[in-house]
Ligand binder design. Structure first.
Ligand code: HSE
Length: 433
C-alpha cells in the first residue's frame, strides 16, 4: 500500500472535531476506498488538554497554523479556522506555496481570495478543495464539477443559509416577528451570538459567489453580489404572501444572460408554494441548478452542523488520498474569465408591495394612479380593512406584473412621498413558480 496521507488539522471546533472523529471511526473503510491510510499527523488548536472525542495523542501539536502549514509533517493542510483574512489566509497561502494540498470549509476566504489562491494551487500542482464551504453536507461542488459537467448552466439558485431559513420557517409557523424568533434561535444555539453575517445575507453571498464562478467559468467575484438580508421581513408579509400563494425565502441566485453577463443577488423572495425551494424548511439548505441537457436539478440537505460539514471535508480529503485533483474552479485558472456584471438596477421581475394607505374613499385609486404614473402594472391587489391601524390606515398589498427594478424604485419614491401613504412601502421580489 502507498504511504499514509498525512493531515494537518487547523481548528478543532465543531467541524474540526467532527473531521477527527469521522477519520478515526471510518478509518479502515476510507483507507480501503482511497488505497492508502489517512492519518492526522499534526494539529493546531487553542487548547491541547480538551477532550475532542478522538485520539490526538499521535499528532504533533502546533500553536501557529502557518508553521504547521509549512511543516514537513503533513501532506494536506485542513483549514477550519475561519475568517476571510488573518491566520486562515496566511496559513493557506503558506501551505500552497509549499506545494501542499489544502482542504477548507472557509466560504469567506474562498469568496474573497479564491482566484489568487486557485492560481497558487495550480502553480504548485496542489488541490484547493472547499466542498464544505457551500451548503455544508450537500455535495454541490462535486455535482457541478463532475455529474453536471456536460451541461451549460444558465442559473444557479438556492437556500444557502440555514439560520435565515430557520427564522423564516419559524416566523411562518408561529406568526412571531423576526426579532423574537432570532432571539429564541440564539438561546437555542441555532444562531450565532453575532448573527449579522447570516441574517444580513453575507454568508449566503459568499456561497453564491463561489457557485456562480463554478457555474459560469468566471473568476469568483464577491464584490459584485447584490445583498439584502431578512431583517426587514415581517410576520405580516409572510401572512400576506401566503394569501397570494407564496412563501418568503432568502434566495441566492446567479444568472447568466444571453449576452454572457452575470447577475448575482441575495435577497428575500416570494417563492410559489408549488416550487421545489418553497418546501425546504428549517435549517435545511437547497441548491437548484438549471440548464443544458439535464434541465433542472435540485439538491437538498443539511447546510451546517458537525456531521454534515465534516463529512464534506472528509470527502475532499479522500479525493486527495485517491490521487484526484481538479482545478479549484473547475476550469484551469488561465481559462476563467472576469465576469461582466449585470447591475441590480437592470433586474426585471414581479414584485410584492405592501403599504399602509389612508382609510378614506379614493385612497386606493390614488395609490394605483401613482403606480400607473411610474409605469408599474398591477397584477393582483387586496386591501385589508380587518388589519387596519388607528382607524386611519389600512394595509394595501399587491403583486406587480414584470417590472424593471429601476422603475420599481421610482414608484417607491413616488409612493413614499404620497399624502395617502404612511411609512416606507415594503417591497419583496417574486421569484420562482
Ligand atoms: N451559518 C451558516 C448557516 C452555516 O446558518 O447556514 C455555515 O455557513
Amino acid at each position: 500500500m502507498t504511504s499514509p496521507l498525512r493531515i494537518g488539522l487547523a481548528g478543532l471546533g465543531t467541524v474540526g472535531g467532527g473531521v477527527g472523529k469521522q477519520l478515526e471511526s471510518e478509518g479502515a473503510r476510507l483507507a480501503a476506498v482511497s488505497g492508502r491510510a489517512i492519518e492526522i499527523t499534526a494539529i493546531c488548536a487553542r487548547d491541547r488538554s480538551k477532550d475532542r472525542g478522538f485520539d490526538i495523542s499521535g499528532a504533533k501539536w502546533f500553536d501557529d497554523p502557518v508553521e504547521m502549514a509549512k511543516s514537513d509533517d503533513i501532506d494536506v493542510f485542513v483549514e477550519l479556522v475561519g475568517g476571510s483574512d488573518g491566520s486562515a489566509k496566511s496559513a493557506v497561502e503558506a501551505a500552497l506555496s509549499a506545494g501542499k494540498h489544502v482542504v477548507t470549509a472557509n466560504k469567506a476566504l474562498v469568496a474573497h481570495h479564491g482566484a489568487a489562491l486557485a492560481a497558487m494551487a495550480e502553480k504548485g500542482n496542489a488541490a484547493l478543495n472547499y466542498e464544505a464551504a457551500v451548503a455544508g453536507g450537500i455535495p454541490i461542488i462535486k455535482a457541478m464539477r463532475e455529474g453536471l459537467i456536460a451541461n451549460k448552466i444558465t442559473q444557479v439558485s438556492g437556500i444557502l443559509n440555514g439560520t435565515c431559513n430557520y427564522i423564516l420557517t419559524e416566523m411562518e409557523e408561529t406568526g412571531a416577528d423576526f426579532a423574537d424568533v432570532l432571539s429564541d434561535a440564539q438561546k437555542l444555539g441555532y444562531a450565532e451570538a453575532d448573527p449579522s453575517f447570516d441574517v444580513g445575507g453575507t454568508d449566503a453571498a459568499h456561497k453564491l459567489a463561489i457557485l456562480s464562478s463554478l457555474a459560469f467559468g468566471t473568476e469568483v467575484d464577491f464584490s459584485s453580489v447584490y445583498v439584502e438580508g431578512i431583517e426587514a421581513v415581517t410576520a405580516a408579509d409572510i401572512r400576506f404572501a401566503a394569501e397570494f400563494g407564496y412563501r418568503i425565502k432568502l434566495l441566492g441566485t446567479a444568472v447568466r444572460n444571453e449576452q454572457g453577463a452575470i447577475e448575482q443577488r441575495v435577497h428575500p423572495a416570494l417563492v410559489a408554494h408549488s416550487a421545489p425551494l418553497a418546501s425546504v424548511s428549517g435549517v435545511t439548505n437547497a441548491v437548484s441548478v438549471d440548464g443544458g441537457y439535464v434541465g433542472n436539478v435540485v439538491l437538498t440537505g443539511p447546510g451546517a452542523g458537525e456531521g454534515p460539514t465534516a463529512s464534506a471535508v472528509v470527502a475532499d480529503i479522500v479525493d486527495i488520498a485517491r490521487g484526484i485533483t481538479f482545478p479549484p474552479f473547475i476550469l484551469p485558472q488561465s481559462q476563467l474569465s472576469a465576469a461582466e456584471t449585470v447591475d441590480m438596477s437592470d433586474y426585471s421581475g414581479a414584485y410584492y408591495l405592501r403599504l399602509e394607505a389612508a382609510d378614506r374613499a379614493g385612497s386606493m385609486a390614488e395609490v394605483t394612479k401613482a403606480l400607473a404614473a411610474a409605469d408599474v402594472s398591477i397584477e393582483r391587489i387586496m386591501q385589508r380593512p380587518d388589519q387596519g391601524r388607528d382607524g386611519k390606515w389600512l394595509p394595501v398589498v399587491l403583486i406587480t406584473h414584470e417590472t424593471h427594478e429601476a422603475t420599481m424604485r421610482r414608484a417607491l419614491g413616488l409612493l413614499s412621498e404620497h399624502a395617502d401613504v404612511v411609512s416606507t412601502p415594503v417591497v419583496i421580489r417574486i421569484q420562482g413558480s
